[in-house]
Design a protein around this ligand. Structure first.
Ligand SMILES: [Zn+2]
Length: 267
């Protein structure tokens, strides 16, 4: 089954994961900038991370025949220090034209704090000025609905931002409608424990349709399954979905969203 992993934190995975993903039909991987499993203390730490995402990780992926794209930002989990965030955001323009960079992400909120909000606005302004796509992380559990509302307000209040150029990731049953009804794209993150299971994701597709939606595995530092997207594709088949519709959700939709960046080549 051909599919795209549109949100995978490959720097936290072993090469065996690349091999498994390639064998399962992964046509390309897109890696948003995120937490490294520990807090970085200086802009230099982020400089090195941006080099890892734009130089080293694409080479590692290429060994398995998988094109690798990325997104750049300081993630919300490390955005409490506004001064550090300002210095990191200032590094981004020198990396933005690199061939595998698709846009700004994953930005957003983690604890919905005032400082995180300020850093979110900084990133949205940067994306608008540089005419970049945006990938958004929404908070977990009880903070999710409030955080999603705050994020959508920031994006809607900036007249330079087009909703069809933003994806709001980690949606759940209580936030997906809000996102889609405002014209944004929605991402469902498939996690074995928290976030969204394959069964819940397919129920959401049943209820809300297959327009402007993608699925990803996140495959990060936590308990996550790098093959969650093709496994969910199999489960869709078991539940009677047509192969063509499965292909739309796991391949054509992410290709259409990321194809808005001229650097993205349909694999
Ligand atoms: Zn992520």
């Amino acid at each position: 089954m051909r599919y795209i992993e549109p949100h995978g934190h490959m720097v936290s995975r072993v090469t065996d994961d690349y091999q498994d993903m390639a064998m399962a039909g992964c046509a390309c991987i897109c890696e948003p900038a995120f937490w490294a499993g520990f807090d970085r203390r200086s802009p230099e730490g982020f400089y090195d991370y941006f080099c890892q995402l734009t130089e080293h990780e694409p080479k590692r992926a290429a060994k398995f025949g998988v094109p690798h794209y990325c997104w750049l930002c300081i993630n919300p989990k490390e955005s409490e220090d506004v001064r550090l965030a300002r210095d990191v955001v200032a590094l981004i323009p020198q990396f933005i034209d690199r061939p595998n960079v698709l846009g700004i992400g994953e930005i957003g909120l983690n604890k919905n704090s005032r400082n995180e909000l300020q850093v979110l606005e900084m990133h949205v302004d940067l994306a608008a000025r540089l005419d970049q796509l945006i990938l958004v992380h929404t908070p977990h559990l009880e903070d999710k609905l409030k955080g999603t509302r705050l994020i959508l307000d920031v994006l809607k209040n900036d007249s330079r931002i087009k909703p069809e150029r933003c994806i709001i990731d980690h949606v759940e049953e209580h936030t997906i409608e809000l996102v889609l009804n405002s014209g944004f794209w929605a991402g469902m993150t498939l996690y074995p424990e928290s976030k969204c299971t394959p069964a819940r994701a397919i129920d959401m597709l049943d209820n809300f349709g297959t327009e402007r939606i993608w699925m990803n595995s996140a495959c990060d530092w936590g308990v996550s399954v790098p093959l969650a997207v093709p496994r969910t594709g199999l489960e869709m088949r078991r539940r009677g979905w047509l192969a063509e519709t499965i292909d739309k959700v796991v391949f054509q939709n992410p290709a259409r969203f990321m194809g808005q960046c001229p650097k993205f080549k349909i694999p």
